[in-house]
Design a protein around this ligand. Structure first.
Ligand code: PMP
Length: 352
């Protein structure tokens, strides 16, 4: 008998993007924000050291109130966790364990990992040839989980499509999970549908739009019944997932809406400028409603272009799945970063 459980031996874990040590890179491989968090975050963190001897507020009350206020919902509609990855994991346990879940073949690659961890029968529906979501295809079953905008494509499914999925899941007494990690960079989000659908769970993160990837804070918005189920799972695992520093930092960040709006505007402008320049150079780039671009860097395999960029000091992400292999995912950095990566991509793709 091995020491490990059958489960531990059978897991196929998620592989996160590289966090380089030593050499300094232009780091465009994990969709972090190129700008610092709101200056109010530093103020909020000052003087908290003494309070660290006490456990944090398990309900993250002040943070939930702040998130609720900014999103026009009630605190009872909000749940906070240690990064949206944890909130996603809790949601898989709370709503999908032991069920057949439908998702897209190309989406956030953590979903099948959680599926395996929590005994979910995970069924995938291919994206269409243009990488848009096949809404009718997804409706072959329920519950459904989808990232919108999707990753790593960056493509946004308009609200009319999300509404059809919510309606379908509602008719089958099932949850629709919409992962809105990148919704701050998109034209609309699913919050307006919450008033109509008590089976809709929206999951968000502070890692991208609020520049707090290092703090690990994520949240869910949904009907109180869904929030209660997440709480039950949390309290069966770790009662204090969001520490004191993270609660204070995220509260300050979410309330500084003017700062977030401005840094988001800059990211969107740099994204659209880079995409236009690549398209003008004859390079295929999917439309993006996120803080990254999905760039076709080779007819077959973009790995050599990724390596050439690395040699130039620029990190981007490559996925080895068959349909994704020709593409690179490039996080949107500062204006200066984007000028460099645009030039480098044009140079290396022409010569590959
Ligand atoms: N959802 C999607 C679609 C993502 O790309 C990411 C970032 N890797 C996450 C969730 C997780 O974000 P975090 O755990 O940093 O909140």
């Amino acid at each position: 008998m091995p020491y490990e459980s059958k489960l531990a031996l059978s897991l196929v874990p998620y592989v996160a993007g590289e966090q380089p040590k030593g050499r300094t890179f232009i780091k465009l491989n994990t969709n972090e924000n190129p700008y610092a968090p709101s200056p109010r975050v530093e103020e909020a963190l000052r003087g908290l050291t003494d309070s660290l001897r006490l456990y944090p507020d398990t309900e993250a009350t002040r943070l939930r109130e702040a998130i609720a206020r900014v999103n026009g919902v009630a605190p009872e509609n909000v749940f906070c966790g240690n990064g949206s990855d944890e909130v996603l994991a809790f949601a898989f346990a709370a709503f999908f364990a032991g069920k057949r879940l439908v998702s897209a073949d190309i989406t956030y690659s953590f979903y099948p990992v959680y599926g395996q961890l929590f005994g979910v029968d995970y069924e995938t529906v291919p994206l269409r040839d243009d990488f848009t979501v096949d809404v009718d295809g997804l409706m072959r079953g329920s519950p459904i989980a989808l990232a919108n905008p999707n990753a790593p494509t960056g493509i946004f499914l308009p609200l009319s499509g999300v509404r059809r999925l919510a309606e379908h899941c509602h008719a089958h007494d099932a949850v629709l999970l919409i992962d809105e990690a990148y919704a701050a960079f998109a034209p609309e989000n699913a919050v307006p549908l919450l008033a109509e659908y008590d089976n809709l769970l929206i999951i968000r993160t502070f890692s991208k739009s609020h520049a707090l990837a290092g703090m690990r804070v994520g949240y869910a918005i949904g009907a109180p019944r869904l929030i209660d189920a997440l709480r039950r799972v949390r309290d069966s695992f770790n009662s204090y997932p969001v520490d004191r520093l993270a609660q204070a930092a995220a509260e300050a960040a979410v309330l500084d809406t003017a700062y977030t709006a401005e840094s988001t505007r800059r990211v969107i402008a740099a994204r659209d400028k880079c995409r236009a320049a690549l398209l003008a150079a004859g390079i295929d780039v999917l439309p993006s409603a996120t803080n990254f671009l999905f760039v076709r860097a080779d007819a077959e395999d973009a790995a050599p272009v990724q390596q050439a960029l690395r040699n130039d000091g620029i990190l981007v992400r490559h996925f080895s799945a068959p349909r994704l292999k020709p593409w690179l995912r490039v996080t949107v950095g500062t204006e200066a970063d984007m000028e460099k990566v645009t030039d480098a991509l044009i140079r290396h793709i022409r010569h590959s």
